[in-house]
Design a protein around this ligand. Structure first.
Ligand code: 6PG
Length: 486
C-alpha cells in the first residue's frame, strides 16, 4: 500500500471535511480518531471509494505516513491538543511535523512550538477559517511556525485553500513565527464578532424602529450585498436567514431563535490581547459585551417589566433611513477593521511576528467568515503604505468616512432617541471622534491623577518626556511660605 502523504487526527466535521478536501486534491491520506467507531462510520460513508486509509491506533497511523510525516490535528483547543501531542511525540522522528488546525490560543501555540522544535519536530499553529463548508471546499488558512515547515506544507495548503477573488491566488500564506498564525486567526474572529454585531444593530434598527418585516429585511441585505462596500459572506447569509421559514410553525425561523448569543472565546481573547498591548478596539469589545448582555436573558425579561424607555420612532422616508443605516454600518465596519489591523500591527512589533497586513487582507478575500469585496481595498491600502498608522487614514477610507459621517451621526441619534442599543455603532463613532481629535479631555485625567496620587503630568508648553507635579491643595500664600514649587 502506498504510504500516505498527509494524516488527519480528529474526525469531527471540520477534521473530516479537511481530510476530504486534501484527498480531493490528489493526496493519499490517513485518518485517525480516538473513538474508532467514528473512524469506521467515516470510512463506510463519506470516505467510501476515496484514497483514504484508516488507522485504529496512533502507532498504526504514524506507520502508514510517508516521511517527513505531516499530521493535521483537529481536536478541541486546549488540553486535548496537548494530550495528542504527548501521545504522538514518542512515535515521531526528526523532521516530522504536527499542524494544529484548531482555534488554539496563540500563547499555547508559542509554548508548543518551542517544546516540539527543541526535539527536532516541526510544529505549525494554523488558523483555519470558513467553517465546515470552507474546510471542505476551500478555507482561508493562516499557518504560522517556521518557514521551513511552511515550505514542506505549501504544495498541499495552496491546493486545499480557497481562491481569492480577482484571481488573487490561494487564500494561504506563511503568516509568521511561533503563534503568529493563531494570533491572526484570533483577530480574524474578533473582527468577525464586530461584523456580526454591526449587522445585528442594523437589523434591530430596521426592524424595531423602521418597522421592516422579514421579506423587506431580506431585500435590503440582498441589495447591500450587491454593493462593493458591503458585499460579504456575512451580509449574504444574513439575507438568506431572513427568508428561512421554520417548518414546524411556518414562521420566519430567525424570529423564533432565542436572543442569547454564545461565544467560544476567540473574540474575548482578542479583547484581552488588545488590553495587554494597549490597542483600542472598542467596536470588537462592544460586540463581545453585546453577546454577554444578551446571555442575561432572564434578568433582561425581568428588567423589561420595570425599566421603560422611549417608544422607537422615526420621521421621514424609510428608504432614506435605510440608506443612512447602510452608511452607518459601513463607517462602523471601517472603524472595526481599522482596530483589528492596528492590533495586528502592534502584535507584530511586540511579538516579532513580522506580519504582512496586505497579505493578511488578501488571504481573507476568500474562504473565511469575514470574506468580502472590502478586503481588496484594505489590501491595496497596505500595499500603498505598509506602515499605515491607521486604516482610516488611507485615502479612500478617509474620504468615505468624511462623506458619510453625517448619516452615521443621524442614525446614532435615531437609535438613542428610540431607546435601541447600538453599542458597536456607538463605539465605532466614538473611536472615530476620539482618533481624529488633536485635543482630548485627558488633560483633566492627568491633573486628577497628579492631584490625588502625585503621578505627574507633561505640559503642552514643554518638551515631551518632561514630567511635573503640583501641590494642588496648597494656596499660593502657603507655597510662597513653604517655598515649594510646582
Ligand atoms: C471561522 C469561525 C470558526 C467558528 C467560530 C465560532 O473562522 O471559521 O470563526 O472559527 O465558527 O470560532 O466562534 P464563536 O462561538 O466564538 O462565535
Amino acid at each position: 500500500m502506498t504510504k500516505r502523504t498527509f494524516g488527519v487526527i480528529g474526525l469531527a466535521v471540520m477534521g473530516e471535511n479537511l481530510a476530504l478536501n486534501v484527498e480531493s486534491r490528489g493526496f493519499p491520506i490517513a485518518v485517525y480518531n480516538r473513538t474508532g467507531a467514528k473512524t469506521e462510520a467515516f470510512m463506510a460513508e463519506r470516505a467510501e471509494g476515496k484514497d483514504v486509509k484508516a488507522a485504529y491506533s496512533l502507532e498504526e497511523f504514524v506507520q502508514i505516513l510517508e516521511r517527513p510525516r505531516k499530521i493535521l490535528v483537529m481536536v478541541k483547543a486546549g488540553k486535548p491538543v496537548d494530550a495528542v501531542i504527548q501521545q504522538l511525540k514518542p512515535l515521531l522522528a526528526e523532521g516530522d511535523m504536527i499542524i494544529d488546525g484548531g482555534n488554539s490560543l496563540y500563547d499555547d501555540t508559542e509554548r508548543r512550538t518551542q517544546e516540539l522544535e527543541a526535539t527536532g519536530l516541526g510544529y505549525v499553529g494554523m488558523g483555519v477559517s470558513g467553517g465546515e463548508e470552507g474546510a471542505l471546499h476551500g478555507p482561508s488558512l493562516m499557518p504560522g511556525g517556521t518557514e521551513a515547515a511552511y515550505k514542506e506544507l505549501e504544495p498541499i495548503l495552496t491546493k486545499i485553500a480557497a481562491q481569492a477573488f480577482d484571481g488573487d491566488g490561494p487564500c494561504v500564506t506563511f503568516i509568521g513565527p511561533g503563534g503568529a498564525g493563531h494570533y491572526v486567526k484570533m483577530v480574524h474572529n474578533g473582527i468577525e464578532y464586530g461584523d456580526m454585531q454591526l449587522i445585528a444593530e442594523a437589523y434591530d434598527l430596521m426592524k424595531n424602529c423602521l418597522g421592516l418585516n422579514n421579506q423587506q429585511l431580506h431585500e435590503v441585505f440582498a441589495e447591500w450585498n450587491t454593493t462593493e462596500e458591503l458585499n460579504s459572506f456575512l451580509i449574504e447569509i444574513t439575507a438568506d436567514i431572513f427568508k428561512y421559514i421554520d417548518k414546524e410553525t411556518n414562521q420566519p425561523l430567525v424570529e423564533l431563535i432565542l436572543d442569547s448569543a454564545g461565544q467560544k472565546g476567540t473574540g474575548r481573547w482578542t479583547v484581552v490581547s488588545s488590553l495587554e498591548l494597549g490597542v483600542p478596539i472598542p467596536t470588537i469589545y462592544a460586540a463581545v459585551n453585546a453577546r454577554v448582555i444578551s446571555s442575561y436573558k432572564d434578568e433582561r425579561e425581568a428588567a423589561a417589566k420595570v425599566l421603560s424607555g422611549p417608544t422607537p420612532k422615526y420621521d421621514g422616508d424609510v428608504k432614506a433611513w435605510i440608506n443612512k443605516i447602510r452608511d452607518a454600518l459601513y463607517c462602523s465596519k471601517m472603524c472595526s477593521y481599522a482596530q483589528g489591523m492596528a492590533l495586528l500591527a502592534k502584535a507584530s512589533d511586540e511579538f516579532n511576528y513580522n506580519l504582512n497586513l496586505a497579505e493578511t487582507a488578501r488571504i481573507w478575500k476568500g474562504g473565511c467568515i469575514i470574506r468580502a469585496q472590502f478586503l481588496e481595498k484594505i489590501k491595496k491600502a497596505y500595499i500603498d503604505n505598509p506602515k499605515l498608522p491607521n486604516l482610516l487614514l488611507a485615502p479612500e477610507f478617509k474620504q468615505t468616512i468624511l462623506d458619510r459621517q453625517d448619516a452615521w451621526r443621524e442614525v446614532l441619534t435615531l437609535a438613542n432617541s428610540s431607546g435601541i442599543a447600538v453599542p458597536a455603532f456607538s463605539s465605532s463613532l466614538d473611536y472615530f471622534d476620539a482618533y481624529r481629535r488633536d485635543r482630548l479631555p485627558q488633560n483633566l485625567t492627568q491633573a486628577q491623577r497628579d492631584y490625588f496620587g502625585a503621578h505627574t503630568y507633561e505640559r503642552t508648553d514643554k518638551p515631551r518626556g518632561e514630567f511635573f507635579h503640583t501641590e494642588w491643595t496648597q494656596t499660593d500664600k502657603e507655597s510662597l511660605e513653604t517655598g515649594s514649587t510646582d
